[in-house]
Design a protein around this ligand. Structure first.
Ligand SMILES: NC(=O)c1ccc[n+]([C@@H]2O[C@H](COP(=O)([O-])OP(=O)(O)OC[C@H]3O[C@@H](n4cnc5c(N)ncnc54)[C@H](OP(=O)(O)O)[C@@H]3O)[C@@H](O)[C@H]2O)c1
Length: 236
């Protein structure tokens, strides 16, 4: 199996690459920190293709993805893990728009490029790492939660698009709770080790599930988040 992971220089994307490599997959990895891509490739000779990519330069990123697919002789799965989140308690405009550049505009370009490629070859699997933050708006980083809601709904739309065309394309929306990676700022609770979270993500992805929420206790939190009345949500 051949997978391309966009945003594999650290965190969830990097750990997905490692676990896939352990299972014998051929992996293509992208991100801006090329030294980290090279380190992964160096540790798995002949198994990893690397490409520098910044999704905020979307046309160049699309061209890079096409070249990477070609170098790998095709791709069965594309994972969209690139993402940023910025605390913005003073509601400045800059951090919100930077978040949208990566998590909405860049994301959309890459999701569409992946779907067009899979539609052309008649099959494939798109994996989107959104978040349980998609379930409610929050004060610390309003654009982050909104961008994750966008990604989750976008995944649903792409899944329906493929189904109506009778295409064998799976779209999995992965919604993690807090995972111990660089994106997490400040004090948080129930921080999951990245290897454990990714093991559970991989199980759901391999089953081609539409939505994977990790870990089990965060599944319960996600369920509760949607049911908490607004008056109580405002106090949390
Ligand atoms: N950790 C959590 O608690 C958690 C929970 C729910 C969802 N998520 C989601 O999981 C995904 C992965 O995050 P993570 O937790 O693994 O954090 P991370 O370690 O910070 O990983 C973020 C990845 O995104 C890439 N990225 C950021 N900006 C980019 C850009 N402009 N172009 C290309 N790649 C870019 C980074 O690569 P470079 O910096 O090298 O470009 C890095 O590989 C994100 O979408 C995040 O929202 C995380």
């Amino acid at each position: 199996m051949r997978a391309i992971i966009i945003g594999a220089t650290s965190g969830i994307g990097e750990e997905m690459a490692r676990q896939m490599l352990d299972e014998g997959w051929q992996v293509g990895v992208t991100g801006r920190r090329v030294d980290r891509l090279d380190a992964l490739a160096g540790a798995h000779p002949g198994k990893v293709e690397t490409a520098a990519m910044d999704v905020t330069d979307p046309l160049s990123a699309e061209a890079t993805l096409a070249t990477l697919i070609e170098r790998m002789g095709g791709a069965d799965m594309i994972v969209l893990s690139s993402g940023i989140g910025k605390f913005n308690k003073d509601l400045e405009t800059g951090p919100e728009l930077e978040t949208l550049d990566v998590n909405v505009t860049g994301f959309t370009h890459m999701a569409l490029a992946a779907m067009r490629y899979f539609a052309g070859q008649g099959q494939g699997h798109l994996v989107i790492i959104s978040s349980i933050a998609s379930r409610r708006g929050d004060r610390a980083a309003p654009a982050y939660n909104a961008s994750k809601a966008y990604q989750a709904r976008y995944a649903e739309g792409l899944r329906k698009w493929a189904a109506r065309r009778g295409l064998d394309i799976a779209v999995t929306d992965v919604q993690p709770g807090f995972v111990d990676t660089a994106i997490v700022q400040g004090k948080v609770f129930w921080l999951q080790p990245v290897d454990k979270a990714v093991r559970q993500i991989m199980a759901g992805v391999k089953a081609r599930r539409s939505r994977v929420v990790v870990t089990r206790r965060w599944r319960l939190v996600a369920w509760a988040m949607e049911r908490v009345p607004e008056s109580l949500w405002h106090r949390m």
